[in-house]
Design a binder for this molecule. Structure first.
Ligand code: ACO
Length: 371
């Protein structure tokens, strides 16, 4: 019998990422996510995912430079963005502009490893510019040229808000990007690999992945979490709200996971950041509500928080608009999608499974007038 949602079905070999759902461990190319979150940075993780090992000093300098000098968008792309409907969702804009950028990419026709890495570098550098520019365009704000003297997290916050962010904000976003960079064969990565398996180009595969990440059961969950927290609004109301949701058989967004049957190791870091940011702003409400909800859902349903639960309050306290939460996830996961695409093309075979046919087999065609 077919497993609904392909649960536990192993669909490929991979060395990119290991998710140990029983022990709550996550490894990128063999490195524990706790070590990477503690000691590394997003740019180094990008290199690790694409090249399978940590960079030496000069390799790190090279990838840092490439990710800085490729942040600009072609003028024509910015002009097109300015003509999009202002009500367009940032995820729709990201999906559309990533697709559009393939028409301006000098390596567009070449799907070899080297050119795919160049294209992936450009897209990783450009995606934060797309997201920040869209927020500025829709709010009639000035577009700041991307900086070239700082990391991706700092530049993104600068472009979004128009001023240099503080150290805690930069560090918090950089760790969040590191934590979201890859997660084995999640739905969007699978979509990217299926597309890459047809020998299509990187931009097409990433466009498919962005469309897949957008769904509320996947990357879209972090936006739903903050909407829930805003609805509850007071720490004292959190427990009753969640108990009622559970009684009404409603899903609590940010909980549960197809693979983790214990704590998601990424949640540990995001929980800590949520608390730190709350202490800094003097408003611990979001952290405290989250903490209560987490305990109640654990007690009542035996479910653990996933990566989306605490990332919601972290991004909110960083002053990021709610509908940019999922695009930020995409900005980070771009690195993992590219790593999987590179792995797919290195040893490709078209991904073409079968369906268990359950329909009738002996139907007789009747002319429309006689039906
Ligand atoms: N709230 C309440 N109940 C839940 C939740 C939840 N968040 N998640 C799972 N359950 C319950 C289901 O109702 C179901 O109960 P039942 O057996 O009594 O019907 C049981 O747990 C199994 O749930 P499924 O939805 O079948 O589990 P599946 O592995 O298909 O789904 C998923 C995993 C989609 C993540 C699910 O837990 C969910 O919808 N969570 C909320 C959305 C969310 O947070 N998504 C982000 C996931 S992480 C990511 O993509 C980055």
């Amino acid at each position: 019998m077919v497993k609904a949602g392909l649960e536990d079905v192993v669909a490929t070999d991979s060395t990119v990422c290991f998710v140990d759902g029983k022990e709550g461990r996550l490894l990128y190319q063999g490195f524990d996510i706790h070590d990477l979150a503690e000691h590394s940075c997003f740019e180094e993780v990008v290199y690790l995912l694409w090249f399978g090992r940590l960079p030496n000093k000069s390799e790190l300098e090279t990838i840092n430079r490439e990710l800085r000098i490729n942040r600009k968008l072609p003028d024509e792309v910015v002009r097109i963005m300015k003509q999009l409907p202002k009500k367009a969702l940032p995820m729709e804009v990201l999906r559309t502009v990533v697709s559009l950028l393939s028409m301006y990419d000098p390596d567009a026709d070449d799907n070899g490893r080297e050119s795919t890495i160049r294209k992936a570098t450009r897209l990783t550098a450009q995606m934060p510019t797309i997201v920040a520019y869209w927020d500025n365009i829709r709010n009639d704000r000035e577009l700041k040229a991307p900086l070239e003297d700082c990391g991706l997290a700092e530049n993104f916050l600068y472009m979004l808000k128009g001023e240099r962010p503080d150290e805690l904000s930069i560090k918090s976003l950089d760790i969040a990007l590191t934590l979201h960079a890859d997660h084995e064969l999640n739905a969007s990565t699978f979509a990217a690999r299926v597309a890459a398996g047809t020998e299509t180009d990187l931009h097409s595969a990433i466009t498919a992945a962005i469309g897949t990440l957008k769904g509320p059961l996947h990357g879209g969950a972090n936006q739903e979490v903050i909407k829930m927290l805003l609805k509850i609004n007071e720490t004292a109301k959190a427990e009753a709200f969640v108990v009622k949701q559970i009684e009404d058989h409603k899903k609590i967004m940010g909980f549960g996971h197809r693979v983790y049957k214990t704590e998601d190791p990424r949640a540990w870091h995001l929980r800590r950041m949520s608390k730190q940011l709350g202490e800094r702003t003097g408003d611990l409400r979001w952290y405290e509500m989250s903490d209560i909800i987490e305990k109640v859902v654990r007690r009542e349903k035996g479910l653990y928080a996933n990566v989306d639960f605490y990332s919601a309050s972290v991004y909110y306290m960083l002053g990021i608009p709610i509908d940019l939460f999922t695009p930020i996830f995409a900005m980070s996961r771009m690195s993992g999608w590219a790593a999987h695409i590179l792995e797919q093309i290195a040893n490709n075979r078209l991904i073409r499974p079968r369906a268990e046919y359950l329909g009738p087999t002996k139907m007789t065609y009747v002319q429309v007038e006689e039906r």
